[in-house]
Ligand binder design. Structure first.
Ligand SMILES: C[S@@+](CC[C@H](N)C(=O)[O-])C[C@H]1O[C@@H](n2cnc3c(N)ncnc32)[C@H](O)[C@@H]1O
Length: 396
């Protein structure tokens, strides 16, 4: 299948016969609907809560049928309609399938009179929570963890370069203790070794329950005496670990290296993908000022990574500037995947009095959101020297 972009009203498209072929096929839906807040210039965003609720309900009901049995939906929302949306979703997806709510940092300040609200939410429901796999994420994908890991690694690598492996290993143990206190964490304490490449790792024991056995593998020069009451991992495992430079020894005993940069965690509920980053993402493509509220690419990459595998279909039916498409391309190229996206965006005219409208004129783009979205995706692909690989269906 090719990536697909449908232009038109998402309700009409979701219930069209054309869309029936995706029934039960979508692994992840991400939507960022209008928040019903009136604060946005590039598209219409204010009705009563009841009207908004009905608008969402009709679309969410159709979403459920599209999801695979192990599929999941993420919905961005803010304080204004969170409670309303949660009840609608409880009704449609059923309470047992509520996976949780992420809180995402959205700004440094708001100008509200009472509470300086700097967050939004992402509500998550499964089609069938029992079938949904565990959400896990590489710590390097969590901004605070990545910062901490990079800082720690740099510090120990400097010691390694200056003073050698033995001293670096000794000092690492002290530094790890300090980091656990400073960052109020315990998981890091096992990552107390560094190898000659400057990679920090945690040693995983290679004995196994079972009969004691002698190991002698000439091709990698490994000889191990039998243990008193346990066996050793298989020869193949030792050979693979050796070839991958993941075999380490302590007091003559072999261990597998589990690198810090590969460590994983359950996903946290509070995320710090600063939302204004979405605007910076457009800036990086040289097209800022074309959309008011783009989501950060990294946030959508995070959601894709925790909920999809290699060959999944991902749908966004409030596509806006098409951030989801860029996120899918980036995850595909970084993780060697072949996920596909389907975007739906209505041909919504941009307010003639807005800067976005003027910017469209300057760039010679028709001032409708669907045109802005296509322009963004094409600009992204061009920046990566990639061919256009999506089909566009005009459904109006
Ligand atoms: C909050 S924006 C989405 C922003 C997007 N996540 C991004 O990162 O650029 C919501 C979008 O939904 C679109 N929209 C609103 N009603 C729609 C409908 N009935 N069908 C399709 N798109 C619609 C709006 O035009 C707007 O672009």
């Amino acid at each position: 299948m090719k990536n697909k972009i449908y232009i038109g009203d998402n309700y009409d498209i979701l219930k069209s016969t054309e869309f029936e072929k995706f029934s039960g096929k979508i692994k992840m839906i991400y939507i960022d609907p209008p928040y019903n807040t009136k604060s946005c210039k590039s598209y219409n965003d204010k009705t009563s809560s009841i009207t908004w609720g009905l608008f969402m309900k009709k679309r969410l009901e159709l979403s459920k049928n599209l999801l695979k049995e192990d599929g999941v939906i993420f919905i961005s929302i803010d304080d204004n309609e969170y409670a309303n949306l949660k009840l609608i979703c409880d009704d449609i997806f059923e309470k047992e399938n509520f996976v949780g709510t992420f809180i995402t940092k959205q700004a440094q300040r708001s100008n509200a009179k009472h509470i300086n609200t700097v967050h939004e939410y992402i509500l998550c429901f499964a089609k069938n929570k029992n079938k949904l796999h565990k959400f896990q994420i590489n710590r390097m994908e969590i901004p605070e963890d990545r910062k901490m890991i990079n800082k720690l690694t740099k510090k120990v690598r400097d010691i390694l370069n200056e003073k050698g492996l033995e001293i670096a290993n000794k000092e690492l143990k002290k530094i790890i203790k300090d980091y656990c206190l400073e960052y109020n964490i315990t998981w890091l304490k096992n990552y107390s070794n560094i190898d000659e490449n400057g990679d920090i790792f945690f040693s995983v024991d290679l004995s196994t329950p079972g009969k004691p056995r002698r190991v002698k593998i000439d091709s990698i020069g490994l000889e191990l005496e039998p243990l008193a009451t346990r066996g050793w991992s298989s020869d193949n495992k030792f050979i693979k670990l050796f070839n991958d430079n993941r075999l380490s020894f302590k007091d003559g005993r072999p261990y597998a290296k589990h690198f810090l940069y590969e460590s994983k965690d359950n996903v946290p509920s509070v995320l710090n993908f600063y939302s204004r980053q979405g605007t910076n993402d457009l800036k990086k493509l040289g097209i800022d000022g074309l959309f008011d509220t783009p989501k950060p690419v990294e946030l959508l990459k995070f959601l894709i990574r925790i909920s999809t595998k290699k060959d999944d279909i991902i749908l966004d039916y409030f596509a806006g500037s098409g951030t989801l498409a860029q996120a899918v391309y980036e995850v595909n190229s970084e993780d060697l995947r072949n996920n596909k996206y389907i975007l739906i965006q209505i041909k919504e005219p941009v307010n003639e009095k807005s800067d976005v409208y003027n910017n469209c004129k300057i760039l010679n783009i028709k001032p409708t959101v669907d045109e802005i979205m296509k322009y963004r995706i094409k600009t992204y692909l061009k920046s990566k020297n990639k061919d256009e690989d999506f089909e566009v269906y005009e459904m109006e």
